[in-house]
Design a protein around this ligand. Structure first.
Ligand code: PLP
Length: 490
């Protein structure tokens, strides 16, 4: 077992071996309080520089990451994260700032914050933004609190329902429920078994009433379809006294082309850690700014950055604000990366992101539809969904295809989501991937489809080459055993 996982760094330890040499310190020894001292020497590995570098490089290769291979994970994928933005955000002139410094001494970072608010407002067609929330789901929760605050400020306490389409990302109904709303599902348009995820307007009319606080929509939706009736839907919801919330986690396909504000949305969140250049995974780092129309501005969380003359100021909690939702201004390091990204891409080139993400998705979709079932035939935006293998005599599942991709150093698509399809495989090839990479993915997906007919056992056993083989997914998520010792006990 130990070999399988590679040797531990502790097993490489040789007494007295060092990977560093320190100069003699000019600082005098300091006698620390006895009770602050260790009772025993720390048990640290004694290894050379080579040992350390090789060990951790090898460990890093055991994981799949955007730096190792293609990552077509629909909806949640890593988009383009140029390294330059990471470098900018690591500048000590940012990292050495303290949130309690007087505002006159942190004008630079406040300017970045303020200008990022402005750029996001312009991109999305809303009035202003708070960059405080830490993630998409956090932004959703904040947006829902704003919706409640807005209705309650008008003395309307009966609006307890939030409408969510059946194609919505799971965080939408979850955020609504956590915010204390009752979730009302609205159906997608379907022909037979095949639903395209767009909202069934007749059903929307049925579920709209004076208890509806708002609707949460993703547009383009999780099937990659644009809601062509969005203006009619916005009117219906507004006429019923509700607000429209836009899940802008994946803004790529509409950048510079369409704006939620122009579609009639009142609130949106944007995932800076997806569309705007922060590599994310395993829970962070993230930032889910929330944008609102002028009417909703007073309800934004605090603190708020504003400009007075030439000075940038930070305001505390206003009388109608929903309060504070993050430490200080939020995840400022992610904001710096987004700012740097937007500045380097430039306003006039944003549209290329939309064009390329849409082109890439359609290229992969069209190239693979002879091998995988494609429920929705129309042109998609940045992502699309297959419903399992087309020719599938051995009844292989989306999971088998996903696991087999790992053997080819490719990250699997999102599987079994959206819930509209039994064998959903949601594929998003981001804007910056080359035709050669897409072709390699297409070839491998075709090879896997052939294997499914001729050598089904290989697919059922896949992955065959990864450090950890097929896991019990539920146990791995609910009861993770990530310590080496735990693994050895197996
Ligand atoms: C459509 C959509 N909405 C919401 C979210 C939630 O974002 P986060 O993971 O930052 O909470 C995601 C991301 O996974 C998403 O793809």
């Amino acid at each position: 077992m130990a070999k399988y996982y590679g040797d531990l760094i502790f097993e490489k330890s040789v007494e007295g071996r060092k990977g560093y040499s320190l100069p003699v310190s000019p600082v005098k020894d300091y006698d620390m309080d006895e009770n602050l001292l260790r009772e025993e020497e720390a048990d640290l590995p004694e290894v050379s520089e080579f040992d350390v570098v090789r060990h951790y490089t090898n460990v890093s290769f055991k994981n799949h990451g955007i730096e190792k291979g293609f990552y077509p994970l629909g909806s949640c994928t890593m988009k383009y994260n140029p390294k330059i933005n990471l470098e900018v955000s690591k500048d000590p002139r940012f990292t050495s700032l303290h949130p309690y410094q007087p505002v006159e001494t942190v004008q630079g970072i406040l300017q970045i914050y303020y200008e990022t608010q402005k750029m996001l407002a312009e991109i999305s067609g809303l009035d202003t933004y708070s960059l405080n929330p830490y993630a998409g789901a956090h932004g959703e929760h904040v947006g829902l609190m704003i919706i409640r605050a807005y209705h309650e400020a008008k003395g309307d306490f009966k609006r307890t329902k939030i409408i969510v389409p059946d194609s919505a990302h799971g965080t939408n109904p979850a955020s609504a429920a956590v915010a204390g709303f009752d979730v009302v599902e609205v159906k997608s348009n379907c022909e037979g078994d095949h639903c395209d995820g767009t909202v069934d307007i007749d059903h929307l009319k049925e579920v709209l009433d004076d208890e509806v606080a708002g609707i949460m929509l993703t547009n383009p939706n999780t099937v990659g379809m644009f809601e062509k009736d969005i203006l009619e839907m916005a009117k219906l919801v507004h006429d019923a006294g509700g607000l429209l919330y836009y899940d802008g986690a994946n803004l790529n396909p509409i950048l510079g082309v369409a704006r939620p504000g122009d579609m009639g949305f009142d609130i949106t969140h944007i995932n800076l850690h997806k569309t705007f250049s922060t590599p994310h995974g395993g829970g962070g780092p993230g930032s889910g700014p929330v944008g609102v129309t002028k009417e909703l501005k007073p309800f934004l969380p605090a603190p708020v950055v504003r400009k007075a003359g030439d000075l940038y100021l930070v305001d505390g909690i206003g009388k109608d604000s929903i309060g504070q939702v993050s430490h200080f201004l939020g995840n400022i390091n992610v904001v710096i990366k987004a700012y740097s990204y937007l500045r380097t891409i430039g306003k006039d080139n944003l549209r290329d992101i939309a064009k390329l993400s849409t082109l890439n998705a359609n290229y992969v979709k069209e190239s693979l539809k002879s091998h995988y079932k494609l429920p929705v035939q129309e042109i998609c935006k940045h992502e699309f969904v297959f419903d399992g293998l087309k020719d599938n005599p051995h009844g292989l599942r989306a999971l088998d295809v996903a696991k087999r991709l790992l053997d080819f150093d490719m990250h699997p698509p999102t599987v079994y989501f959206p819930l509209l399809y039994r064998e959903a495989m949601m594929i998003e090839p981001p804007e910056n991937e080359s035709k050669q990479t897409l072709d390699a993915f297409i070839d491998i997906m075709k090879k896997i489809a052939e294997e499914a007919k001729e050598d089904p056992e290989t697919l059922k056993k896949a992955p065959l080459t990864t450090p950890v083989r097929r896991l019990d997914e539920a146990q791995a998520a609910r009861n993770p055993r990530v310590k080496f010792k735990d693994l050895l006990e197996d």
